[in-house]
Structures are given as C-alpha cells and as structure tokens.
Design a protein around this ligand. Structure first.
Ligand SMILES: Nc1ncnc2c1ncn2[C@@H]1O[C@H](COP(=O)(O)OP(=O)(O)OP(=O)(O)O)[C@@H](O)[C@H]1O
Ligand SMILES: [Mg+2]
Length: 294
C-alpha cells in the first residue's frame, strides 16, 4: 500500500456526478430563459435534484422564481471566489443566497453581474474560470444532479465563464437567415475555449428552433439550411423538433409558472416537448437516468 500512497494524491479529485447545462445564444429574445426554466422543471419532474443559475444581469429567471432585487446574488458568490479581491468580498455564503421555488433551487442574478468583467479586469488569476472554481469549491456537482444555467444575450466574460464551467449547451434560436450567421459566430467562441486551459469542452446537446410560425414557408427553408450547417459542424443533426409560438407558454411565463403547473390538455404537447429536452440532456451527458433516488 505504501508504494501507492503518493500516486493517490495526484489522482483527479472526484468532482461529483452532476452535470452543468447552459442555455446560450448571444441573440436576445430567442427563448433561453423560458426554455431553461421549463426544462429545469422537466428534469425536476423526473426526480432529479436541480439547481438553476441565473447568469444574466437582466435577472429574468430570477423574476420567474418570484425573487426581486436580492441583497446578495451569484455576483457576490463569484467575487468571493477571487482571493485578490478580498476587499470586495461580501459577508455571505451560498446558503445565504440560495432561493427555492416548487422544489427547484436558484442562485439569483442581480444587476451587479453586468459589472463582473470590469470588477475582475485587473486580477492575475484566470478570469474565465471563476464560475468553474465556484462550482468546485461549493461541491455543487455532488449536491445536484443538474445545474441549469440561463445565459445573457452577449458573448463576453459571463458567457466564457459559462462555457468553461459547463458540460453541455442547449442553443435556442429563431429559424431565420440572421440566426445562421449568429450560430457560426457562437461556434467560433466554442472553438476558442479549447485554448483557454479548460479540460472539458462543452458539447452542444441540442439546437432548439423556437417561436416558429406555421404560416411562414421561409422559416421552414431557413430551418433546413441551419440543419445542414449543424450537420456539417457536428457530424450529426442535433436540431430538435421546433417549438411553435404558443399562447400557453406566454401565459405560463406571465404567471411565473412552468408548463408542468397546469393540468389542462392545452399544455400536454409542451410538457411532452420539455420532457424530451430533459431526456436529451440525461442521455447525452452520460445519463443519470431515472434510477437516481433522493
Ligand atoms: N415558444 C414560444 N411561444 C410563445 N412565446 C414564447 C416562446 N418562447 C419564448 N416566448 C416568449 O418570448 C419572449 C422572449 O423569451 P425569453 O425571455 O425566454 O428569451 P431570451 O432568449 O431569454 O431573451 P434574453 O436574451 O433577453 O434573455 C418572452 O416573452 C417569452 O415568453
Ligand atoms: Mg433571458
């Protein structure tokens, strides 16, 4: 045994089984928040323990959790990870920031998050790894099955932090010509992450056409083009069935509810679609499956 005791110390630390999944697209209004909220709820409905992270300074996901202007937010927890910024540390820990609604946990956002880039501009520690460090330091992958991140409509330091910390990405988009260009730019950033000293490069688990309008033929043509692009880049088609423009989803979001909070048959199809997104996440991230018991 003595022979091996030294080697053991250098083994990689068990980071836990949880998977970090981010809803990202630098374009605004494509459904990141709506889809993140409902997919998180679908994972919860399947018996998983879910933590939502609101990484968007607009704090829309925070709002859906009925949280308004929290005193401390994810911003403070992130700054607290940076030793060089000790003077700015907030007297709060994760338990003090955590909110809960309908069995899902949330680390809320606040407007301060938009200043993260400036706040950490002068530090020597790797700025792109602050979120990853936080997840490791708090042993979040041991405590949750899935961590669902709602991203901002930008491609700055917040998104780079998300990409360096996540296992998988879900990309909602509106099927039009402009989105094609946007997706190309997004893949460029993904490629650049490889040069940033991260060990795990996130995979795009699914592209989600959203807010489709059945009456517009052009949309279907654009969607086919995007499917071709995706197939070319990833070697397989990772575009799921579209979400159409649904009044039910607008109503649920306005009432700060998920589609799983409704019994009426109007919501059956949406429930099924979000259930499928949850299954894709489980299957493509190595699947915690349905066996996980708490
Ligand atoms: N399939 C859908 N059917 C109808 N309305 C939808 C659908 N998906 C999203 N919406 C609505 O579209 C608007 C934009 O959605 P959402 O806020 O989720 O986008 P986002 O990508 O998070 O935006 P931002 O980039 O500003 O954060 C919201 O009002 C939402 O309720
Ligand atoms: Mg949003």
């Amino acid at each position: 045994m003595g022979l091996f005791s030294k080697r053991k110390k250098t083994e990689t630390i068990d980071q836990g089984k949880g998977k970090v999944i981010a809803f990202l697209n630098q374009k605004g209004g494509v459904g990141k928040t709506t889809l993140a909220f409902n997919t998180a709820s679908a994972l919860k409905a399947k018996g998983h323990k879910v933590l939502c992270l609101d990484m968007d300074p607009q704090a829309n996901l925070t709002h859906l959790f009925d949280v308004v202007d929290p005193r401390y937010s994810l911003f403070h927890l992130l700054i607290n990870q940076v030793r060089e910024l000790k003077a700015l540390h907030a007297p709060v820990n994760m338990a003090g920031v955590l909110k809960t609604k309908n069995g899902m946990d949330l680390l809320p956002s606040s407007q301060d998050l938009s200043g993260l880039e400036l706040t950490v501009a002068g530090i020597t520690a790797p700025r792109q790894l602050i979120l990853k460090k936080f997840i490791e330091n708090e042993r979040i992958l041991h405590r949750y099955d899935y961590i669902i991140i709602d991203g901002p409509p930008t491609l700055g330091l917040l998104v780079v932090n998300i990409l360096c910390a996540c296992h998988g990405v879900m990309v909602p988009f509106r099927p039009d010509g402009l989105s094609r260009k946007g997706l190309g730019h997004f893949y460029d950033i993904l490629d650049q992450i490889e040069d940033m000293g991260v060990t795990q490069i996130p995979e795009v688990l699914a592209h989600i056409p959203n807010l489709m309008d059945t009456r517009r033929k052009q949309e279907n043509d654009d969607l086919e083009q995007i499917k071709d692009d995706v197939r070319e880049y990833w070697g397989e088609e990772r575009v799921v069935d579209p979400f159409y423009n649904r009044v039910g989803l607008v109503k649920a979001t306005a009432e700060k509810k998920t589609v799983f909070d409704y019994k009426s048959s109007e919501y059956l199809l949406l429930q099924k679609q979000f259930g499928e997104l949850a299954d894709i996440i489980a299957n493509r991230t190595g699947g915690l499956g349905e066996m996980n018991v708490h």
